[in-house]
Every structure is written in structure tokens, then in C-alpha cells.
Design a protein around this ligand. Structure first.
Ligand code: NAP
Length: 328
């Protein structure tokens, strides 16, 4: 296998040393995220063999037929056996049991990562499950995805140009954090390090609450007697606002439960804002309502124009408006 060409540090622009390709990647949870990771590593020439495990034999067979994995493993433990890289890409509530299952066969040099959308619970589960191998675990959250789950939707370029948040803890060996950083950068992702708690607070605001609101908005509409008539009349604004309401129920149940305290705190902020808008309506306050909308519109426009560090742009489809991606 040819060594991949040197990449550049996405933060500094400095050339990175070539990453030594991995011999065996174990993907535990062969869905959208795990499947995309396997395809990306293969496309970059960074892995020789991919062994997969999923809950259902059907998913595993699909992953093999699609060329996402090379070998089907009968258990998570056997998938991890002999792997020098393990990616746990299951719904977050299944992370602890998965790490416990593989712990006995994590090799002395094996890098273990997850892709879960919440990090405080994942870090706690890893501490309880991994014993002396805790230093090998680098919690990761790629800010990329789609509202369509499943290996059929996996693609080699899902992570290109996207942010990946790493949340190493005091238990994580810094050398493994650096390997994880180099790996994601070789996939052309932009890596950022954060504390797990800061991660969960931020993503409650910019991802978890917005998903909850989309689910709630769809429910509120669907429960009305005229729902079918209303839906038949809906246009692009409705399509854009509700796109993420089509997300996977199991994955999102786990995320919302795992980050419930932060999501509830953000819900309070939202309720207060809704009350402010309703008060303006009640009062017939035309100027006040216009001002509220103008404030919201200005922040949204600035964000879309790249005024903040994770700015969306046509070159960055992970966060580009109206793209088919759904960062969680
Ligand atoms: P997905 O497409 O539904 O894939 C999940 C995979 O995990 C499936 O292959 C499923 O197998 C398997 N699985 C479920 N429970 C398992 C268990 N107990 N043991 C082993 N395998 C199990 O979901 P996804 O979107 O890839 O999400 C995976 C993770 O990525 C989640 O933690 C999510 O928070 C995170 N994430 C998702 C996105 C996104 O936009 N999708 C973005 C960032 C992070 P079966 O098919 O056999 O059920």
C-alpha cells in the first residue's frame, strides 16, 4: 500500500508528517458514521483491512456488500481483536457496553475513538469500562452527518472540511490524542480540542435543542385535524426548518437523554425568547416585533457569512446552509 501524501495542519497550515497507515480498523456500529469513517480511511490509503460488527446480521451483510468493511465479525470483541484502530460508532447509550465488551482485547498500541454526539456520558462510560486502557481512548465528535441513518448513506467524503471535536480527559494519553488529531486531519477534517462539559453545553445550544424543536414542531402540526391539508400547502421554508425532524429516533433519543440537563437549560432560554415574541404579538407592538426579527436575522446572516470560527461556506458542506448534512 502506498503511504498517503503529507497533509497540512488545518489550524496552522504547517505540513504534517505522513501518518503511518493502520493495519486493521475495527468499526463497531456499521452505520452512517462508522461506515463513512471506514470509506474515508480506505480512500485515503490509511488502512489495510476493515473488520466490522453491527447489531444485526443484515446491517453487517450490507456493509460488506457495499465495500465498507472487508470482514464481518460475530461480536464486538472479535472485531477489536488484532485491530490497531477501533471506532465505536453506535448510539451513545450503547457506548459503555461496547467498550466493556472490547476491553480485554484492546492491544498495547491500539487507538480507540468514538463518534458520539454527547461527550460527558461517553467519558464516564469509558472510565468505567476501559480499566488500564483508558489512556488509549480519545473521545471524538465529528460535526458532520445526515438526517438519514444507515450504512447505505455512508460516504467517503462525509468528514472532509468538517470540524471534529476531540474531548480528551486527564486519563487520555496525550500521544493518543495527537494520533487521533493527525488521523482526522489526514481525512481533511478541522480538529478542535474541548473539555467534555463545554462540548455538551455548546452542542445542546446549536444542535440538540434545535433537533428537539424540530421534532416538537412536527408533532404539534401532525396532531391537528387539518394536518394533512396544512402539510400539502407547505413550502421551502417548512422543508428547511423541519429537515432534521427526519433524524433517527434511537440515535436522537440517546442524545437527548444523555445531555438532558443542558438541553433543558437551553429549552428555558428558548421559552423566554418565545415569551418575548408572544408578548410583542399580544401588545400589537409592531416596532418591537420588527426589532426582534431584525436582531435574529442579523445574527443568522453573520453566522452564515462566516463571522464565527465554524463558519459555513460553499467550500464547507458540513455546515453549508440548505445542504443535505445534519451536524449533530
Ligand atoms: P446509524 O446509521 O443508525 O448507525 C448506528 C450503527 O450502530 C448501526 O450499524 C447499528 O446496527 C449499530 N448498533 C446499534 N446499537 C448497537 C449495539 N448495541 N452494538 C453494536 N452495534 C450497534 O447511526 P449513526 O448516525 O451512524 O450514529 C452513530 C453515532 O454517531 C451516534 O452515537 C451519534 O450520536 C453519532 N453521530 C451521528 C451523526 C449523524 O448526523 N448521523 C453526527 C455526529 C455524530 P444495526 O443497523 O444492526 O441496528
Amino acid at each position: 500500500m502506498m503511504a498517503p501524501s503529507p497533509e497540512h495542519d488545518t489550524a496552522t497550515g504547517a505540513p504534517l508528517p505522513p501518518l503511518v497507515p493502520f493495519e486493521q480498523l475495527a468499526v463497531i456500529g456499521c452505520g452512517l458514521m462508522g461506515g463513512s469513517f471506514a470509506l474515508a480511511l480506505k480512500a485515503a490509503g490509511l488502512v489495510q483491512r476493515v473488520v466490522g460488527y453491527a447489531r444485526s446480521p443484515h446491517t453487517l451483510a450490507r456493509a460488506r456488500a457495499l465495500g465498507v468493511i472487508d470482514v464481518e465479525a460475530p461480536s464486538a470483541l472479535l472485531a477489536a481483536s488484532g485491530a490497531d484502530l477501533v471506532l465505536v460508532s453506535v448510539p451513545v447509550a450503547a457506548t459503555g457496553q461496547t467498550l466493556r465488551a472490547i476491553q480485554p482485547l484492546i492491544g498495547p498500541d491500539t487507538l480507540v475513538m468514538d463518534v458520539g454526539s454527547t461527550k460527558g456520558d461517553v467519558v464516564a462510560a469509558a472510565r468505567a469500562a476501559l480499566g488500564e486502557r483508558i489512556g488509549h481512548f480519545v473521545p471524538a465528535h465529528p460535526i458532520a452527518g445526515k438526517e438519514r441513518a444507515g450504512v447505505e448513506h455512508a460516504s467517503a467524503d462525509l468528514y472532509r472540511g468538517c470540524q471534529v471535536i476531540l474531548t480528551p480527559t486527564a486519563d487520555t494519553d496525550p500521544a493518543y490524542t495527537e494520533r487521533a488529531r493527525a488521523l482526522w486531519q489526514a481525512l481533511q477534517a478541522r480538529v478542535r480540542l474541548m473539555a467534555p462539559e463545554a462540548h455538551d453545553a455548546a452542542y445542546a445550544a446549536v444542535s440538540h435543542l434545535p433537533h428537539l424543536l424540530a421534532f416538537a414542531a412536527m408533532r404539534a402540526l401532525a396532531q391537528q385535524p387539518q394536518a394533512a391539508e396544512f402539510l400539502a400547502l407547505a413550502g421551502p421554508g417548512f422543508r428547511d426548518f423541519t429537515r432534521i425532524a427526519a433524524s433517527d429516533p434511537e440515535v436522537w433519543r440517546d442524545i437527548l437523554l444523555a445531555n438532558a440537563a443542558q438541553v433543558r437549560a437551553q429549552a428555558q432560554q428558548f421559552r423566554a425568547a418565545l415569551d418575548t415574541f408572544e408578548a410583542a404579538l399580544d401588545a400589537g407592538d409592531s416596532a418591537g416585533l420588527r426589532e426582534l426579527i431584525a436582531d435574529a436575522s442579523r445574527v443568522r446572516t453573520q453566522w452564515a457569512a462566516g463571522a464565527y470560527s465554524a463558519a459555513p461556506s460553499p467550500q464547507n458542506p458540513c455546515t453549508a446552509p440548505l445542504s443535505s448534512t445534519s451536524p449533530r
